[in-house]
Design a binder for this molecule. Structure first.
Ligand code: C2O
Length: 481
């Protein structure tokens, strides 16, 4: 602590710090116990300073999401450019509630940084959360058992925790249809948008870590909006996402954030420790030091490449930045793809002859770009946390042995909620850039200019799963140009 700025610490480094470090987690556990004492019963969160009330702000079973509930219940904002900002305000208010119960305004929420590419142990759920000893407030059995095992825990798959792909994105937000190619999400103005548009970070690592920790058989606390806030690790997970937002800002500059007044003026409400509702506009929360905290580290994960020059960035829907950049065209699609088991679908591709081999001036990064869109993914009961998306995966081949053919991973987290009628009922759409994969397939002689096979593989944290649940996509389409 210096200058009144509290440091949000890396939970792994707290745990190697001996007693002082561990005290931060003991304090957290103590505050959780006090918060739980304020809850009369599971169905009636009465006090804004209680555990269930705080979790209910994210979601409450049976209560449809709405941004305007009088007690703020079920008000979390997902699948858009409001995702990080809403959760920043939520986290800040929660941290203050913990400080209130500890009577210590220097206490800072730790973060779980599972994104360390040079440390496999970072992907293991931190030990204090896995210990089922009696009355451990940090433990819950409602998680994926292999991840939650006290001894020999399974670590999250590396493809669930990757932050590099998100940190590379130059655009904070893009038109909703293009959102997964942005860092922060789709631009929407309505509370219930026509396209559920999660950004790269919201998908990976955010959604995959939710599903990986929660599991799906049955869904654990972390696997649904309406229960996620009841798992003590939720807050450390979101603290890490909030930190990754700072990592992105430092990397790309604060002026890369949206300057749209609609976004800057959007306010999010929270309950202060005097139990009064207050609110903050996004414009006031963009600098974490102004909010009284900083992070132990805002280094990007080892191996994060330097940002690509902006003039070469080509997005799917937005108008190109420069005359040398063409907008990709749809070149093929297939409808109604079933995710209930591994399924391979052929997509015929037909490109405008003049577009073939299009190369823009400027060399690397100026060549054509390819995208795969998986649209309107919906379902009530995913049976796995994730679905791997592969290009030209040979029949019966093990996906694990063909990691190079994986072009993306779809998170189950959020699919159930986006399939609710109150949320528009249209599911989520994810977009993956496949330029490098197409290039590699061409080089390997495994590419056909007329058709491509897309394989969807239901994924458990331990590998391929047989049953993917009732999830399906309305359409899968390919863009190039
Ligand atoms: Cu609003 Cu990670 O969830």
């Amino acid at each position: 602590m210096s200058n009144g700025i509290r440091v949000r610490r890396d939970v792994q480094s707290l745990l190697t710090d001996g007693d002082d470090g561990e005290q931060v987690l003991r304090d957290y556990a103590e505050a959780i116990t006090k918060m739980r004492q304020l809850d009369p019963g599971p169905d009636d969160p009465a006090d804004p300073l209680s555990w269930r009330f705080q979790a209910a702000i994210h979601g409450l079973p049976g209560l449809q999401p709405s941004p305007s509930h009088p007690k703020l219940w079920s008000s979390c904002r997902h699948n858009s450019w409001f995702f990080l900002a809403w959760h920043r305000v939520y986290l800040l208010a929660f941290e203050k509630v913990i400080q209130f119960h500890l009577d210590d305004d220097t206490w800072a929420l730790p973060y779980w940084d599972y994104t360390k590419t040079d440390d496999d142990t970072s992907r293991v759920l931190p030990a204090p959360f896995r210990s089922p000893r009696t009355n451990n407030p940090l433990f819950t059995s409602r998680r994926e058992p292999s991840i939650n095992a006290e001894t020999n825990p399974q670590s999250l798959p590396a493809e669930f925790t990757d932050a590099i792909d998100a940190l590379k994105r130059l655009d904070y937000a893009l038109e909703a249809a293009d959102s997964t190619t942005s860092f922060g999400g789709g631009i929407i103005v309505d509370a219930i948008p026509g396209v559920r548009a999660r950004g790269t970070l919201e998908l990976t690592p955010h959604g995959l870590v939710h599903g990986g920790v929660g599991g799906e058989n049955p869904p654990g606390l972390m696997s649904r909006f309406e229960t996620a806030g009841l798992d003590p690790i939720f807050w450390l997970h979101h603290c890490n996402l909030d930190r990754l937002w700072d990592v992105w800002i430092v990397r790309h500059g604060a002026d890369a954030l949206p300057d749209d007044q609609v976004w800057l003026d959007t306010e999010f409400e929270y309950f202060d420790t005097d139990k009064q509702k207050k609110s903050k506009p996004i414009a006031d929360i963009l600098v974490s030091a102004d909010l009284g905290y900083s992070y132990e580290s805002i280094e990007p994960p080892a191996g994060t490449p330097a940002p690509r020059p902006r003039r070469f960035v080509r997005t799917l829907m937005a108008e190109p930045e420069g005359p040398e950049v063409a907008k990709p065209d749809i070149i093929g699609a297939t409808t109604r793809v079933d995710f209930s088991r591994r399924s391979a679908v052929p997509i015929g591709i037909a490109r405008r002859p003049e577009a073939r081999g299009l190369v823009a001036p400027g060399g690397d990064g100026g060549t054509e770009r390819w995208y795969l869109r998986v649209e309107d993914i919906e379902g009530k009961a995913p049976a796995v946390p994730a679905y791997g998306v592969y290009l030209n995966l040979p029949d019966d081949a093990s996906p694990a042995e063909h990691a190079d053919r994986r072009v993306g991973t779809i998170a189950s987290f959020g699919i159930t909620e986006a399939s609710e009628p109150a949320e528009g009922g249209i599911g989520v759409t994810d977009v993956f850039e496949i330029t490098d994969a197409v290039e590699a397939l061409r080089e390997a002689g495994s590419w056909d200019e007329e058709s491509v096979w897309v394989t969807i593989v239901p994924m458990h944290v331990t590998g391929e799963a047989e049953d993917g649940g009732d999830v399906r996509a309305g359409r899968i389409s390919i863009y190039a140009g």
